[in-house]
Structure formats: C-alpha cells, structure tokens
Write a protein that binds this ligand. Structure first.
Ligand code: 5GP
Length: 114
C-alpha cells in the first residue's frame, strides 16, 4: 500500500490540524498556508484522488460537501461572499492527491486567478 498523503494523515489523527467541522463523510480544517483571512479545506473521507476521478455514485457525497461548504462559510462569517476552488491535476495546481475544496474569503478576492 502506498504511503498516506498529508490529508490522509490528518484524517487518521497522525498530524494535527485546526478542524472546524467533521462528520461521517467529510472533514473541514484550516489551510496551513492561508491565501485569504479565511482559508478552509473541505475533504471527503472517501479516498478520491481528484475531481477527475469522481464517479456517478459520488453524487450524494458531492451534494453533501457543498452543503458543508455553505454551512462552514456561514459559520465563518463570510456573508459578503467567498470563493470555492478545486485544483485538478498538475496543470491545475493540485499538490495533494486527495479531492479537496478550498473555501476562501474574508477579503475582496481578485479575478481572474493566475
Ligand atoms: P492543492 O494545491 O492540492 O489544491 O492544495 C493543497 C493545500 O493543502 C495547500 O493550500 C496547502 O497549503 C495545504 N496543506 C498542505 N499541507 C498541509 C498540512 O499539513 N496541513 C494543512 N492544514 N494544510 C496543508
């Protein structure tokens, strides 16, 4: 079995994280290198490497993740707006091979991204 990536280690409690929400299906924790005043990562517990590997059966899980994103955004005081980013693959800037949503907010964000 290949070595756990950093998010799998966080889920296993092997490295610490500032967890803001968790349930049976997912986990939300603060990014270690925040790119905005609020920068939270939302990840499924299911081992999905990237958005490119989603399957039809993951539909309910993805709907649940978006519900959690909305709730975490609300709890984080992001009523003025926020951005959700999903990097996919090397050209997409994905560094950790476990599906994750970046929730960014707390300042006026620029567009387009780089
Ligand atoms: P990606 O580039 O794969 O879309 O995003 C990976 C994110 O994981 C980056 O924003 C990076 O700062 C974050 N990250 C990497 N290692 C750790 C860690 O050990 N703890 C936390 N909380 N975030 C991490």
């Amino acid at each position: 079995m290949s070595e756990k990536n950093v998010f799998q280690k966080i889920m296993a409690g092997e490295i610490p994280a500032d967890i803001v929400y968790e349930d049976e299906e997912c986990l939300a924790f603060r990014d270690i290198a925040p790119q905005a005043p609020t920068h939270i990562l939302i990840i499924p517990r299911k081992a999905i490497r990237s958005v490119a590997e989603l399957e039809d059966e993951d539909g309910p899980l993805i709907a649940h993740l978006w519900k959690v994103i909305r709730e975490v955004a609300e709890q984080s005081g992001l009523g003025e707006g926020y951005r959700v980013v999903v990097n996919c693959g090397r050209d997409g800037g994905q560094e950790v091979d476990h599906l994750h949503y970046h929730l960014l907010g707390g300042r006026s964000l620029q567009w387009p991204p780089g």
